[in-house]
Design a protein. Structure first.
Length: 144
């Protein structure tokens, strides 16, 4: 199950923890949080009016993960519904920062926080700038 909602700065996506995502202790395995971050990123992009696959196919740009961090606060368990709250942090036309908060949908308990940093590249993996039609989504408007 995946459900997405937005407000001005954040996109919230709800996913249910699958049995395959848990470890022997019955909690969500730590690497799955990075997968959930990706779910949040894609939802953020979609909510802002562009699909990541179009960035690759039409614009020949990719956002390569160069750094990822996650701070675990409490466990998620099988069949819990978790909210992946995604926003964009300070970014430039070549470097994008996504920020995440993962919480239990029913209790509101914060489960984890994290960030991923992405370098924009071309197909040859050389640093490149975001195309103008996407850049405006990541950068604050110019100060007048």
């Amino acid at each position: 199950m995946q459900k997405t909602s937005t407000d001005s700065d954040f996109v919230d996506t709800v996913v249910q923890v699958r049995y395959a995502e848990t470890d022997q202790m019955g909690v969500a395995y730590h690497a799955n949080y990075l997968v959930w971050f990706e779910v949040g990123r894609v939802a953020w992009c979609n909510a802002r009016g562009f699909q990541y696959r179009d960035l690759e196919a039409r614009d020949n740009r990719m956002m390569m993960v160069v750094e990822a961090s996650c701070r675990f606060k409490a466990p998620a368990r099988f069949e819990d519904e978790v909210v992946i709250r995604t926003s964009v942090g300070p970014s430039s036309d070549k470097l994008i920062r996504f920020r995440y908060e993962i919480s239990n949908r029913h209790t509101g308990q914060l489960l984890a926080t994290g960030e991923t940093v992405h370098v924009v590249t071309d197909r040859d993996l050389r640093p490149a700038r975001l195309p103008e039609h996407v850049r405006r989504l990541f950068l604050p408007p110019p100060q007048t």
